[in-house]
Design a protein around this ligand. Structure first.
Ligand SMILES: *[C@@H]1O[C@H](CO)[C@@H](O)[C@H](O)[C@H]1NC(C)=O
Ligand SMILES: *[C@@H]1O[C@H](CO)[C@@H](O)[C@H](O)[C@H]1NC(C)=O
Ligand SMILES: *[C@@H]1O[C@H](CO)[C@@H](O)[C@H](O)[C@H]1NC(C)=O
Ligand SMILES: *[C@@H]1O[C@H](CO)[C@@H](O)[C@H](O)[C@H]1NC(C)=O
Ligand SMILES: *[C@@H]1O[C@H](CO)[C@@H](O)[C@H](O)[C@H]1NC(C)=O
Length: 477
């Protein structure tokens, strides 16, 4: 069901100006930009980016200012992300595209944003285009490999401390998805990301979660060990795990999909009207009670952590997680939930673009340059730019009304509460056989319970992992 969100033109223009003015290295002033300043700065940046995109092969000689900006930017990318010149040049190329998009959207106001839908609601054609583009990024043998480059942006201590555990979590990942989507659109210009609303899987009931057909040959592939069916079959892992395949480790009793009760509070509760109240380290959190009677605060990032642990293996490690494409489908849903929260704030007269609470380490501060996306400051991730100009969200499928069919998705059905619930693999027509996992696993009919509640997912014993793992909330279901 396509729902168009409200656009307040004045706000949009201001925010776009605000975003563009935040060229941290060129401007240090508070971004109360006039239209004129905006135009001037876009021109400077645009020319500057074009001239410098070939860095360091093409010397950047536009101006001393421009040179300095790029030097600083490249240094940060080298230092924090360990990127080399070729990789930096690719990302700058994407940045040029981002700038072009900004200009285009501003001058041709009605260039339609793309629509991000639930992955299971995509037509077969759309789904196969998207999966094709993702596979292309992974398999394009030109240098640098774009999939690995993008995955690298989520790796290492600096990024971890900058993008998790506080206010920058939502904005950083929004920018990250935007870059990923731009890269995908270079392969197939029509594609948009899709989101995986795992509350639909949650409704299967705790003992059946592992059977969801989201993890089947027709969608994301099996979740029991090495991924040997579905769209990402036989995906290999990069150093230091070359020789291994992408793997998952979903098990009964280890973490959970997104909890519909938590999501519903975030989207609808009028007690949650500032970002602090849904952010790690913030105040005014609401609590929910799990099936064992234990309570936990409702925090969007923490609810998201659970899914990383639930999918398990690669997905459960911060340094590795984006190597599993499910990362982006899951984050796209987190971004959708946040967008609904932002819309609620607006309806209640609050401005989500300025309500940046600066919770977390110092690199979560409002004006801190966004690591990997150097042209933004952290607060720019909260801008309206993305969802006014670049993409909009379709609502998840529903079961209400006369035609209660979950928008005819073959992957879901209506339950007795008029909610869409994932079908099990065995319910697909024709039924998807259980995968024959080469490492560890479960079948569609036999449950193997290996973990205890709240335990981190295990990895294949010989996988090399650096960095932190996501932790599931111990009071989840
Ligand atoms: C700077 O760029 C201009 C063209 O854009 C070129 O003619 C000139 O030689 C360049 N200067 C240096 C020092 O590279
Ligand atoms: C940059 O890094 C990529 C990926 O690690 C590598 O394939 C490439 O050869 C490197 N390029 C240069 C110029 O060092
Ligand atoms: C393939 O990879 C090269 C090198 O990273 C990149 O320049 C090119 O845009 C990629 N092709 C597509 C269609 O994304
Ligand atoms: C995946 O790898 C297995 C084992 O090498 C092979 O039998 C199978 O054909 C491969 N599948 C695809 C789709 O590449
Ligand atoms: C955010 O909202 C919560 C709940 O209404 C409130 O307790 C808290 O003080 C607010 N925080 C800020 C920073 O406004």
């Amino acid at each position: 069901m396509i729902q168009s969100l409200n656009i307040d033109k004045t706000l949009v223009l201001l925010c776009t100006a605000y975003l563009t003015l935040s060229l941290t290295f060129l401007h240090t002033t508070e971004a109360q930009a006039s239209e004129e300043d905006f135009d001037k700065n876009v021109e400077t940046l645009y020319g500057c980016l074009c001239a410098c995109a070939g860095y360091p092969v093409t010397p950047c000689n536009q101006s001393a200012e421009c040179n300095q900006a790029f030097k600083l930017s490249a240094e940060r990318m080298e230092r924090f992300l360990n990127l080399n010149a070729t990789e930096i040049a690719y990302l700058w190329g994407l940045e040029i595209e981002a700038q072009k998009a900004k200009r285009l959207r501003r001058w041709w106001y009605y260039t339609p944003p793309v629509i991000r839908q639930e992955c299971r609601e995509l037509t077969e054609q759309k789904r196969s285009d998207l999966f094709y583009a993702i596979n292309y990024l992974k398999k394009n043998t030109s240098n640098p490999n774009v999939y690995l480059l993008l995955a690298k942006l989520h790796r290492g201590l600096y990024v971890d401390r900058h993008a998790h555990g506080g206010s920058n979590f939502l904005g950083w990942h929004r920018a990250y998805l935007y870059y990923y989507e731009m890269a995908l659109r270079r392969v197939r210009s029509s594609v948009a990301l899709c989101y995986w609303d795992s509350t639909i899987d949650y409704r299967l009931g705790r003992n059946e979660w592992v059977f969801t057909n989201a993890f089947s040959d027709l969608l994301f592939g099996n979740a029991d060990g090495e991924v040997i069916n579905g769209a990402f079959t036989n995906w290999t892992l990069p150093s230091p795990n070359e020789g291994f395949l992408l793997q998952r480790n979903m098990r009964l009793g280890v973490s959970q999909p997104m909890d519909p009760a938590a999501v519903s509070l975030i989207i609808h509760s009028l007690q949650l009207l500032n970002h602090s109240s849904i952010t790690k380290g913030g105040s005014g959190h609401l609590t929910i009670t799990n099936s064992q009677g234990r309570t936990r605060p409702v925090i969007l990032e923490a609810e998201h952590d659970n899914v990383h642990v639930w999918v398990g293996a690669i997905m459960s490690y911060i340094d590795l997680a984006p190597l599993d494409p499910v990362f982006f489908f899951h984050h796209c849903y987190v971004d959708y939930v946040w967008e609904r929260f932002r819309q609620k704030m607006k309806v209640q007269g609050k401005d989500p673009t300025t309500d940046y609470p600066s919770l977390g380490t110092e690199s979560h501060a409002k004006d801190y340059p966004m690591i990997a996306f150097n042209w933004y400051r952290n607060i720019d991730g909260y801008s309206d730019f993305f969802t006014d100009y670049i993409y909009k969200y379709d609502e998840p499928p529903t079961c209400t009304g006369y035609f209660a069919t979950c928008q005819n998705s073959p992957f879901m059905e209506c339950n007795s509460e008029n909610e869409c619930v994932a079908k099990k693999r065995s319910q697909l027509v024709p039924p998807i056989p259980p995968s024959i996992s080469r490492t560890f696993g479960f079948s569609d009919t036999v449950l193997v319970s290996l973990g205890t509640e709240g335990e981190d997912a295990a990895v294949s014993p010989s996988l090399t992992v650096t960095g932190r793992s996501f932790s599931a909330n111990s009071n989840s279901d």
